[in-house]
Design a binder for this molecule. Structure first.
Ligand code: FAD
Ligand code: NAD
Length: 467
């Protein structure tokens, strides 16, 4: 078979690239080694984790906050099997949705491992051992990433696990020890803390979610501590072993003293690495950067081999589904000669804890480092009528604006529905809005989004109305 474009990998990067190519009239194939489409995101990432976050949040509210709303429930209990079954159904609906979209867009899907024979020929190795060759004028590598471990810890995937196993545990842990206080650790830690597990987080840096604005990690830690999670910051893990049903994690405190925690599960969530195994990159002389892990691309997301592109987690930048999707669209449009654009500074980041954390643009730490003169406007949710009504007073919105021009440079939110609220900030910043622009725009009352307007008012002339 001959194609205009062959996409290797069907995650949010690959499947969006394939659909956009087909929309643009290109004959397109997509190869996926797993039985279902959707990659990490739909199968073992964004979607199943959000399904469990939503279920566990219902339980947490029913057991902790319903009473204050005047709702009494007797004999509340968790049916964890049903929770996992629902999560699996959610995944199935989403992955079969991609099959439907491929059919609708006349994309040929191939199941098997794709690898380069030459720069236009891909060999597909199927599960039954047979192979098939297809050719394409353009190839898009969208093979994603896999969990990275620590060299001194053996992942047995039963007691010492990655996020993939944490989404299908046979039981609710009694004591879950998390190595890494980043996004995965805090989201999956929240699931099990809400369901009653003791959750301990060991983080190497001096704050959780350390790559985000420092104020967010500080506030999130306070709230998660109230929910029962415990934190060991600036602690260095030295080992983890499993024996029977028990795991032991050893670590050094900031003074270098040896410490130890015992639990029944240990989740290692210290980042992910690009996945390029079995791709046969050497056959086309493709360069890789970042200690051989990530595929190098130019400003058009083209690799050093003409006509071979790479997108998503397998290249540099944030490992986020929406970044991969945008790059999928970008490459498809580039192939047909359009001039697409991605502003990487304006890709939002979200942590789906409760309260949620969301941010876009520059952090205060980055602005300080660059010597940019900026002003800050903050508004706490405890002063928002909507947040008080819903019982979600934790958190704030912080707006950073250029001192001279008032242009919004960064927005950092921790609070109810921050994940949805951040979209307004992204739109504002794409249009290079000033804080005063937002302060002058009507926001429906009572909504959480009023807090963004108030923070912009605070940044404009320190004239927030409700604080
Ligand atoms: P992937 O989704 O990893 O897809 C790559 C696909 O390529 C896989 O299906 C793989 O099987 C296939 N493949 C690899 N090699 C070959 C080959 N040789 N032949 C054929 N097929 C191959 N991001 C967010 O933005 N929001 C979230 O809420 C979020 N939650 C997450 C939760 C968890 C627990 C995890 C682990 C990740 C989460 N992410 C989230 C990150 C997100 O999943 C990734 O950034 C995203 O999936 C990357 O998309 P991708 O298309 O680059 O790669
Ligand atoms: P991460 O980079 O978010 O967090 C890893 C954490 O582990 C960091 O805080 C780091 O300082 C810490 N760490 C590293 N080595 C350590 C050690 N030896 N001991 C203790 N702590 C250590 O990575 P992650 O949480 O594994 O997530 C992986 C990727 O998946 C991220 O890039 C993220 O963007 C993506 N993801 C996104 C979402 C989302 O968008 N909501 C959700 C889950 C995952």
């Amino acid at each position: 078979m001959q194609y205009d474009v062959i996409v290797i990998g069907s995650g949010p990067g690959g499947y969006v690239a394939a659909i956009r190519c087909a929309q643009l009239g290109l004959k397109t194939a997509c190869i996926e080694k797993y039985p279902t489409y959707g990659g990490t995101c739909l199968n073992v990432g964004c979607i199943p984790s959000k399904a469990l976050l939503d279920s566990s949040e219902h339980y947490y509210n029913a057991s902790h906050t319903f009473k204050t709303h005047g709702i009494n429930l007797d004999n509340l209990s968790v049916d964890f099997g049903q929770m996992l079954k629902r999560k699996n159904e959610v995944v199935q609906k989403n992955t079969s949705g991609i099959s439907f979209l491929f059919k609708k867009n006349k994309i040929d899907g191939y199941q098997g491992i794709g690898s380069f024979k030459d720069k236009n020929t891909i060999v597909i190795k199927k599960e039954d051992g047979t192979t098939q060759e297809i050719t394409g004028k353009n190839i898009i590598i969208a093979t994603g990433s896999k969990p990275s471990g620590l060299p001194f810890i053996k992942l047995d995937k039963k007691r010492i696990i990655t996020s993939t196993e944490a989404l299908t545990l046979p039981e609710i842990p009694k004591h879950l020890i998390l190595i890494g206080g980043g996004v995965i650790g805090l989201e999956l830690g929240s699931v099990y803390a809400r369901l009653g597990a003791k959750v301990s987080v060991i983080e190497y840096m001096d704050s959780i979610i350390p790559t985000m604005d420092k104020s967010l990690g500080k506030e999130l830690q306070k709230v998660l501590q109230k929910q029962g999670m415990e934190f060991y910051l600036s602690h260095k893990v030295t080992g983890a072993t499993a024996k029977g049903k028990e795991v032991t994690v050893t670590f050094d405190n900031p003074k270098g003293e040896k410490q130890e925690l015992k639990g029944d599960y240990c989740l290692v969530a210290v980042g992910r690495i690009a996945y390029t195994d079995n791709l046969g990159l050497d056959k086309i002389g493709l360069k890789v950067e970042d200690r051989g892990r990530k595929i190098a691309v130019d400003a058009h997301l083209e690799t050093s081999v003409k006509g071979v592109y790479a997108i998503g987690d397998v290249i540099q930048g944030a490992m986020l589904a929406h970044k991969a999707e945008d790059e999928g669209t970008f490459v498809a449009e580039t192939i047909v000669g359009q001039k697409p654009h991605i502003d990487y500074n304006l890709i939002p980041g979200v942590v789906y804890t409760w309260p949620e954390v969301a941010a876009v643009g520059q952090t205060e730490e980055q602005l300080k480092e660059k010597g940019v003169k900026y002003k800050t406007g903050s508004f706490p949710f405890k002063a928002s009528g909507r947040a008080v009504a819903s019982g979600d007073p934790d958190g704030f919105v912080k707006v950073l604006a250029d001192t001279a021009t008032d242009e919004i440079l960064g927005v950092h939110i921790i609070g109810p529905r921050a994940a949805d609220m951040i979209a307004e900030a992204v739109v504002a910043m794409e249009f290079r809005a000033s804080a005063e622009d937002i302060a002058r725009i009507s926001h429906a009352h009572p909504t959480y989004t009023e807090a963004f307007r108030e923070a912009c008012l605070a940044a404009t002339e320190n004239r927030a109305i409700h604080i």
